[in-house]
Design a protein around this ligand. Structure first.
Ligand SMILES: Nc1ncnc2c1ncn2[C@@H]1O[C@H](COP(=O)(O)OP(=O)(O)OP(=O)(O)O)[C@@H](O)[C@H]1O
Ligand SMILES: Nc1nc2c(ncn2[C@@H]2O[C@H](COP(=O)(O)O)[C@@H](O)[C@H]2O)c(=O)[nH]1
Length: 391
């Protein structure tokens, strides 16, 4: 690995304490976390936000496994340590919906992945301004009508919802398209991606492997839509245990006989599979009722009736059919910032007269999902000390 170029580390380090400054074309920043580690973010050649770590105990560079959806390359960025767990990275010359990223170095998710992979790990999480709606997890036994309800929701509210396309090792049915209904995968390839930390959750269901990749959820969020996950109860349990905040809905059949009727009438499974799915349904129905896992239980008796109830609990009325747009702020390439408590006071170039405060006080979530609940407020809302910084 070799020794750290001391001049580089010292030079980069000196730029950052609680305050930070981005002049155009600063594509490499360094932050110290703890006594022994310097995280260097960025690569001036490619402008990518690559990450490497200098371990001061061994005097070696470490190249961590980088999880989560990575930020796009950037002409310049600034970085400030928020706590021992994460660094806020601000991409210059971008809009606030793609400007704020969190490099997680020691959060619970990162610690879990370090233990699992036995190597250095960091994870990216994109900062979301405002109260982006929570993803919706829909579970229930095979044949209960989850897919039917989700299809109705997507048809009525195409701008609001996006489907998380899972990976599965099951063979496609006649009407199923790769990349639309599922990413149909070879078991070996899927297991490799699971080992590589690319999955938010996975489970063996009815003899096949199914899983939700971090990317599947991110792709939906990237379009500004609310993500719907159709996953089994084991998957719901894993998501519940993760940092992804979601609403959990369990769909029940009116009776076991009706479930069997629907599964047979769908005509997609051979008898052996039907029997297996019905056996598993018994256990799933028991687990669905276990306390603390699901926020809502809906009985899918009459389809229209159940769909109406689903819309009510998601707070959907006829008046709400588009995605609410939060106000966007431009983050210029040149900016100066100061961390004061849970606020980042941003002063952009004097000529542009742009000043705002990024309030991290309500932030939640984080890798492997998004960091949500950031708030941007105007300079008028600043306290005297914050105004002092702005000069
Ligand atoms: N309320 C209902 N009344 C009668 N039939 C229904 C109802 N809801 C769904 N169905 C039918 O039941 C069958 C199974 O529904 P669907 O495929 O949506 O189930 P699913 O829960 O998504 O199953 P899987 O978990 O196997 O993907 C379909 O043929 C669908 O048209
Ligand atoms: N844990 C997960 N379960 C999933 C996922 N995608 C689908 N499923 C569940 O599998 C069964 C069977 O689905 P089918 O398409 O073969 O009928 C069903 O209960 C789905 O909810 C996933 O990514 N993770």
């Amino acid at each position: 690995m070799g020794e750290a170029p001391a001049f580089l580390v010292e030079d980069l380090k000196s730029k950052l304490t609680n305050g930070f400054h981005l002049k155009s074309k600063v594509c490499e920043t360094a932050v110290d976390i703890g006594c022994n580690r310097t995280y260097v973010i960025g690569d001036p050649k490619s402008e990518s936000l690559a990450v490497r770590v200098f371990d001061k105990l061994t005097n070696e560079w470490v190249f961590p496994i980088v999880l989560g959806t990575k930020p796009k390359a950037s002409k310049g960025h600034s970085a400030v340590v928020l706590d021992q767990d994460r660094v806020l990275v601000i991409r210059g010359d971008t809009s606030s919906d793609d400007g704020f990223w969190f490099l997680e170095v020691n959060t619970l998710f990162v610690r879990e992945q370090k233990a699992r992979l036995g190597t250095e790990v960091v994870a990216w999480s994109k900062g979301v301004i405002g109260e982006a709606e929570k993803p919706i997890v829909i579970s229930g036994p095979s044949g209960v009508g989850k897919g039917t309800l989700i299809a109705k929701l997507m048809e009525e509210f195409p701008l609001m919802f996006g489907f998380s396309v899972s990976h599965t090792t099951r063979a496609p049915r006649n009407n199923e398209k790769n990349g639309v209904h599922y990413h149909f995968s070879e078991r070996g390839a899927m297991e490799k991606d699971i080992d590589g930390g690319k999955f938010l959750e996975f489970a063996a269901v009815h003899g096949n492997l199914y899983g939700t990749s971090v990317e599947a959820v991110d792709v939906v969020a990237e379009k500004g839509k609310r993500c719907i996950l159709d996953i089994d109860v084991q998957g719901a349990r894993s998501v519940r245990a993760s940092s992804l905040e979601a609403i959990f809905i369990f769909i029940c059949p009116p009776s076991f006989e009706e479930l069997e009727k629907r599964l047979r009438a769908r005509g997609t499974e051979v008898e052996e599979q039907i029997q297996k799915r019905l056996r598993n349904a018994k256990a799933e129905l028991e687990q669905g009722a276990s306390p603390g896992l699901f926020d809502h239980i809906l009985v899918n008796d009459d389809l229209e009736n159940c769909y109406d109830k689903l819309k009510v609990l998601l707070g959907l009325t006829d008046a709400v059919k588009t995605t609410p747009k939060s106000e966007l702020v431009h983050v210029p390439l040149e900016h100066t910032g100061l961390k004061i408590g849970e606020k980042i006071v941003m002063k952009c170039s004097a000529a542009e007269q742009e000043r705002f405060v990024l309030d991290l006080g309500s932030m939640r979530g984080g890798a492997p999902g998004r960091t949500r609940g950031l708030r941007i407020c105007a300079a008028e809302e600043l306290s005297d000390s914050e105004l002092g910084f702005l000069g």
